[in-house]
Design a protein around this ligand. Structure first.
Ligand code: GLC
Length: 461
């Protein structure tokens, strides 16, 4: 079993920061200041991602036809190649936020053991959830409500940190120059602009203005989760340096991902080597999508974002739900490699979260209630290999052995000298003895208290 060797991000960052070109807008910062700013995020380990917009009401169906049963249905406008008018005509009547939806999200996130929630303030479709003075395609104009205010207030009331996912890609704005946007997707790609030549600078001004509203009007914002750039339409295409500086002026402690700048590597099955090419001058953390780097990304802050079925935005056709076992083990896997898990839910057009997601989130929460000590505030495994099916996390001299399957021998053989083994679930002491070559054997009970993942706490000598 491979686990990441532990390497405190700060040490590697020291070296990288010294050599990194800082032209990308993130002001120079001492490693100590960066550590202080990142501390809560590194401890959090688990967040809830929410994709919710006009696409949620369409639910993977366009004019009565199923668009797909798998894949991201928040892209439905692009899949059916609808211009913004046809799209709005179909989608707006199906987007009907029910009163109190935001409190349901917030309560679920807290029950699930999430420490933060990142939600789509605007996805590629261009519909902004907040009440914006710069558009009429937003929550205020379409629903008469400031949906961002409702969500942020609800999250704060549950003690959760708040993140905005904000798409720089925009399939609505009439001046967004999709022809100049390199490989970035657009429903009208390849077709002439229906409204004549586009002046991208006007769109960029609008982008900055809406982001300024978001970071000025809703109290503390903890994360800005940009999405996304591609070669040919990277940082400078969005005036990224200024955007980042403006955001930091309003929210000095904010944490941002790196998708505003050069990130040719957010796809599935990314190799660790490509993720390592991340440059701290272009964001605070990097975002492997739908994949967990096999040995983590030592020295780099990373967060794996993943769906619970196969879509980000709600689809009534996607039934490929991951099991609770898979989700809990993924959380453990990511923590054992030193990363965060941003697990997605896609509420329906009325804001309600699908029952399948609610059940799974609650099950993760129940597991974390018992075993949270082995996840929050831990760092990557100190072992490069474990002799059993499971994972390991660490806090100082304490190690947490996550056992997925009880070995036939009934024992855990550890490559290091350990002492004081107990079951985290009930504090029961386990027989632990040294074996040859400075190794350790721990005797497990006949049956494990948790068939998904039982945690044994032990101390490194
Ligand atoms: C991609 C997709 C998008 C989704 C995101 C989540 O960038 O375009 O639909 O929101 O990944 O990571």
């Amino acid at each position: 079993m491979l686990c990441a060797m532990q390497l405190r991000p700060v040490h590697a960052l020291l070296a990288v920061l010294a050599t990194a070109s800082l032209q990308a807008g993130f002001p120079p910062e001492s490693p100590a200041d960066r550590d202080a700013r990142m501390a809560w995020w590194r401890d959090a380990r688990f967040g809830m991602f929410v994709h919710w917009g006009l696409y949620s009401g369409l639910a993977g169906t366009w004019q009565g036809k199923t668009v797909g049963t798998r894949g991201g249905m928040e892209w439905i406008q692009n899949y059916v190649k609808a211009d913004t008018y046809a799209y709005a005509h179909e989608a707006i009547p199906r987007f009907k936020p029910k009163p109190g939806f935001a409190r349901e999200w917030a309560r679920l996130a807290r029950e699930a053991g999430c420490k933060y929630v990142v939600f789509t303030s605007k996805h590629h479709e261009g519909f902004a959830l907040h009440q914006s003075a710069y558009s009429t395609y937003d929550g205020g104009d379409i629903t008469g409500r400031d949906l961002v205010r409702e969500i942020v207030d609800a999250l704060h009331a549950e003690g959760l940190r708040v993140g905005f996912y904000h798409s720089v890609i925009d399939w609505h704005h009439p001046q967004y120059d999709y022809a100049a946007a390199g490989e970035l997707p657009h429903p009208l790609k390849g077709q002439p602009s229906p409204n004549g030549p586009r002046n991208h600078a006007i769109y960029v001004e609008y982008l900055h203005n809406q982001v300024r509203e978001l970071v000025s009007n809703y109290g503390p914002v903890d994360i800005l989760w940009w999405d996304y750039s591609k070669p040919g339409a990277e940082g400078e295409f969005w005036r990224g340096d200024q955007l980042v500086r403006m955001v930091k002026e309003h929210q000095p402690g904010i944490i941002m991902n790196n998708r505003l700048f050069r990130i040719p590597h957010i796809e599935q099955h990314d190799s660790v080597d490509r993720l390592k090419s991340w440059n701290p001058a272009e964001g605070d953390f990097t975002t492997p999508e739908q994949t967990v780097p096999s040995t983590g990304i030592p020295g780099v802050d990373w967060e794996a974002c993943m769906t619970m079925n196969t879509t980000w935005g709600f689809s009534e056709h996607d039934t490929a739900w991951k099991s609770t076992e898979q989700l809990i083990r993924t959380l453990v896997d990511i923590a054992s490699k030193g990363g965060n898990y941003l697990l997605n839910v896609g509420p329906k057009g009325d804001g309600s979260i699908p029952e399948e997601s609610v059940e799974r989130m609650q099950a993760i929460g129940a597991w974390l209630k018992v075993n949270g000590e082995s996840i929050y505030g831990t760092t990557a495994s100190p072992f490069s290999e474990l002799g059993f099916e499971g994972r390991c996390t660490r806090r100082g001299n304490t190690v947490y052995l996550h056992v997925f399957t009880r070995p036939d021998s009934g024992t855990l053989q550890l490559p290091e000298n350990l002492t004081a083994a107990t079951l985290l679930a009930n504090g029961a002491g386990l027989t632990i003895e040294p074996t040859d070559g400075g190794k350790t054997r721990i005797q497990l009970p006949e049956s494990l208290p948790d068939p998904i993942c039982t945690v044994v706490r032990a101390t490194l000598r």
